[in-house]
Design a protein around this ligand. Structure first.
Ligand SMILES: CC(C)(COP(=O)(O)OP(=O)(O)OC[C@H]1O[C@@H](n2cnc3c(N)ncnc32)[C@H](O)[C@@H]1OP(=O)(O)O)[C@@H](O)C(=O)NCCC(=O)NCCS
Length: 316
């Protein structure tokens, strides 16, 4: 048994193709001003030949390289995604094969945009139970495959990418770096954001999602802080799911954060990458050294199924 887990290192990957709002305005009836004003996105990355497993592997390779561990040390690979190309095999085993991880517990988890925090919570529980020592936890999406490029109400919102964390057991006597997960969902409203059936395009009742996100989530995010024993004003950074700057600002206003807190707004350059958005944004903050190592960071994901999950982690 161990006292818990911590994020040892992060990594991320984004495709090189940039699609700006003006690029979209050439194919659908939209414009840069509307998208920036209503959503906050300026551009997004769209995959070409990269598969979901490719992007996940590139992000995981970087996280592994930064962790000081090798593939031989990894005994669990968890992939959060709602856009895997195939139903079987799962993305996690493909990633494990590409990384050279020999015999890990390997599974995918789908809670759409809250997926990374669900996956991180699951890996943390496995480590606490002694079932795992070193896990790779990945959020990855290729939403461009699931986007109806003629539907302006959704086509402007999404992007592709991946973020990954190496999560390890904390040595005896040390504080855990992953706080207790606060997770849940609103099943009776689960259909307001969906990717259904055999013509699987993303559909949503955007205003219902918006209202829920700006009213219900701040108290839940505060519960995640409470479970970790961290007061909101003590947080060094807040990394929410990157859906809409108005949603982020609405949540932030109700959290009571300190004046110097870093608020992740990676969506401006990446769009909404669903399960990838939190690890992608966190990995960039770590890479740019915007948050000190060991400082408390609140992660909070939300989305399809009206699922949500968050936890306070110590910055790697
Ligand atoms: C999707 C969202 C940005 C739409 O913004 P909104 O303010 O609700 O906009 P509406 O849908 O009411 O549309 C307002 C007008 O803009 C138009 N519009 C919609 N998309 C547009 C676009 N891409 N470009 C230009 N105009 C657009 C609509 O047709 C409508 O025009 P009308 O008034 O002439 O009918 C917003 O509802 C939202 O962010 N919701 C949350 C969705 C989300 O984040 N989902 C992911 C969660 S994981």
């Amino acid at each position: 048994m161990t006292a818990g887990s911590r994020i040892v290192a992060m990594g991320h990957y984004q495709p090189s193709r940039v699609v700006t709002n003006d690029d979209l305005a050439r194919i659908i009836d939209t414009n840069d001003a509307w998208i920036r004003d209503r959503v906050g996105i300026a551009e997004r990355r769209i995959a070409d030949a990269e598969t979901v497993a490719d992007m996940a592997t590139f992000a995981a390779e970087k996280a592994l390289a930064g962790s000081g561990l090798t593939a031989a040390d990894i005994d669990m690979v968890v992939v959060a995604t709602c856009s895997s190309e195939d139903r079987c095999p799962n993305v996690a085993t493909r990633v494990a094969a590409k990384l050279g991880v020999a015999a890990p517990a390997a599974f995918d988890l789908n809670t759409a945009c809250s997926g990374f925090s669900y996956a991180l919570g699951t890996a943390d529980h496995a480590i606490r139970a002694g079932a795992t020592r070193n896990a790779i936890v990945i959020g990855v999406e290729k939403l461009s495959d699931l986007t109806d490029w003629t539907d302006r109400s959704t086509a402007v919102l999404f992007g592709d990418g991946a973020g990954a964390a190496v999560v390890s057991a904390v040595p005896e006597g040390q504080e855990p770096g992953v706080g207790p997960v606060l997770w849940g969902s609103v099943p009776d409203k689960g259909d307001v954001l969906r990717i259904e059936g055999w013509q699987p395009y993303i559909k949503q009742e955007g205003q219902i999602v918006f209202r829920w996100a700006t009213t219900a989530l701040a108290p839940l995010a505060l519960q995640a802080c409470e479970r970790a024993g961290v007061r909101p004003e003590e947080l060094a950074a807040f990394v929410p799911h990157q859906a809409n700057t108005r949603i982020i600002d609405g949540i932030v206003k109700r959290l009571g954060l300190g004046p110097d807190v870093v608020i992740a707004k990676d969506l401006v350059e990446s769009g909404n990458t669903s399960a990838a958005s939190i690890p992608l944004a966190l990995s960039k903050l770590v890479e740019r050294r915007e948050v000190p190592s060991g400082a408390p960071v609140l992660l909070f994901g939300f989305g399809g199924g009206l699922t949500y999950a968050g936890q306070v982690v110590r910055c790697p």
